[in-house]
Design a protein around this ligand. Structure first.
Ligand SMILES: Cc1ncc(COP(=O)(O)O)c(C=O)c1O
Length: 473
């Protein structure tokens, strides 16, 4: 159990025992720091947990109060792991609470994982959907069962061809978004208790999948400039019976980093030496700002070990929930798992997207979207330079729509998140991107929304909160 969890447990016991009346003021952060000899970050995170468990309520600028009706929340299990130690994962509680807080209407969505819906050619898509729905054969319910709509798989195969990858359409399995593809791949190659290598920081859904399937995770560090640490991975593969890796090679979530071709090739070669499959999450690859799609790792695969997962959720039609996996030698297993779990992706949505890819102007739409995202990235960087503290560090991604910020050690990202929500702004705090207590001074910001005075003002507010937080430390 971490220090803040231990501290939260002590305070929770006190509240549940009834010794502190509902509505009464809890000790201030300063008092907790003095009483328990803990850091500001530990005290703030303990309060954050108490809030999630429904035991206290925060009042802006007034501190914490005992909640009227304590709810028996499920405590987050302690997880501590050395860089190369396999661990069970229990991160969902934290992730759900952060995602829930960001759902409030009218919030400035800097913590969101989605780009602005205004980017998407929704009326043109609706035309394709309408056309497909009218012309779809009643037999397609059966014919389009996994691996999925043939025309759509052919269109996806053509997109692979554009980036120099010859991909047979019959190895592509259509899924409900990339997330299902990633989960099915993990199920296809692991058994409960197996060890899986994931990234740190990394997409929280990978950790949740590991948690749900009863797997153990080894977190491999990702450097925001150079990406995945292959030396640590090589070491881990020697030390642990790793059954699969789940990595992002292009425009990594949350850091935005892309692996060089040389590194992708080295990664694929290393995994081939150990016969370990790579589940490659490439949902942002199409959103590149330089002229070409950065080749995915699957382009270097000679052994059918890479399962390349992507979707149209980030680029075209988030609500349609259409994704896919090009599953190499695992295609049949993934296809069966798809049948056994959710049977099929939506038949009209598959046919509609296939029609759009064939007759719509996907390439033109993507070009427009990439240019807009690049401008928004630059505007965000300018606002960060202008409003955030001088010591703030970040790397400039060449695609996607995430920026990863690192602050001074005095800043606690969970506390920043909480205060920002109080002022109508969401940010994605670093701790949700790791099963350990890492990245507590980092946040991810989304630049997928058209730049506006409102977003600029939100960055300015973050700057104010940051300086208040440092002063209050
Ligand atoms: C890195 C990453 N992979 C996968 C997904 C899920 O994609 P989909 O919406 O297609 O299921 C997301 C969505 O946030 C993501 O950020």
């Amino acid at each position: 159990m971490t220090r803040y969890e231990r501290l939260a447990q002590i305070m929770a016991t006190e509240i549940r025992s009834g010794n502190v009346a509902a509505g009464s003021r809890m000790p201030s952060l300063r008092q907790i720091i003095a009483q328990h000899g803990v850091s500001q970050s530990t005290a703030a995170r303990a309060y954050y947990l108490l809030e999630q468990w429904g035991l206290v309520r925060a009042a802006e600028r007034s501190g914490y109060f005992v909640a009227p009706r304590p709810v028996n929340g499920k405590a987050t299990q302690a997880v501590t792991a050395d860089e190369d130690e396999a661990t069970t994962v229990d991160i969902s509680e934290l992730v759900f609470s952060v995602l829930d807080a960001a759902k409030q209407p009218g919030i400035v969505p800097l913590g969101s994982a989605f780009p602005s819906p205004t980017f998407f050619p929704l009326s043109r898509l609706a035309k394709s959907l309408g056309h497909a729905a009218r012309s779809v054969s009643p037999w397609s319910t059966v014919v389009d069962l996994p691996p999925g709509n043939e025309n759509l798989r052919r269109q996806i195969a053509l997109r692979y061809m554009r980036i120099g990858i010859s991909q047979p359409a019959d190895e592509i399995v259509v899924t409900n978004g990339a997330l299902e593809a990633l989960n099915l791949c993990l199920m296809a190659v692991t058994q409960p208790g197996d060890v899986v290598a994931v990234e740190s920081p990394g997409f929280y859904a990978a950790l949740q999948a590991v948690e749900r399937l009863g797997l153990r995770a080894v977190e491999i560090p990702v450097d925001p400039q150079t990406g995945l640490d292959l030396d640590v991975l090589a070491n881990t593969l020697r030390k642990h019976p790793v059954r699969a890796c789940w990595f992002m090679t292009n425009f990594h979530n949350p850091t935005g980093v892309t692996l060089s071709d040389a590194k992708k090739k080295a990664l694929v070669d290393l995994l081939a030496q150990h016969d370990v499959p790579l589940i490659e999450d490439d949902v942002y690859g199409e959103l590149h700002f330089s002229p070409d799609y950065p080749k995915p790792a699957m382009a270097f695969d000679r052994h059918g070990l890479v399962m390349h997962c992507s979707s149209f959720s980030k680029t075209l039609a988030p609500g349609y929930r259409v994704g896919w996996v090009s599953a190499g030698r695992f295609a049949e297993r993934v296809q069966r798992l798809k049948l056994m779990t959710t049977l099929s992706a939506s038949i009209p949505a598959q046919a509609g997207i296939a029609d759009y890819l064939e007759h719509g102007a996907y390439e033109r739409h993507l070009k427009k979207m990439r240019l807009a995202l690049r401008d928004q990235r630059d505007a965000l960087c300018a606002a960060i330079r202008r409003w955030l503290p001088a010591g703030t560090q970040w790397t400039i991604p060449d695609g996607g729509y995430f920026l990863w910020l690192r602050f001074d050690k005095a800043i606690d990202a969970m506390e920043l998140h909480r205060r920002a929500i109080g002022r109508g702004i969401s940010v994605a705090p670093g701790p949700i991107f790791s099963a350990t207590s890492a990245f507590e001074h980092c946040i991810r910001l989304n630049f997928g929304h058209p730049w506006s005075p409102r977003i600029d003002a939100a960055i300015r507010t973050l700057g104010e909160i940051l300086s208040e937080t440092v002063k209050g430390a």
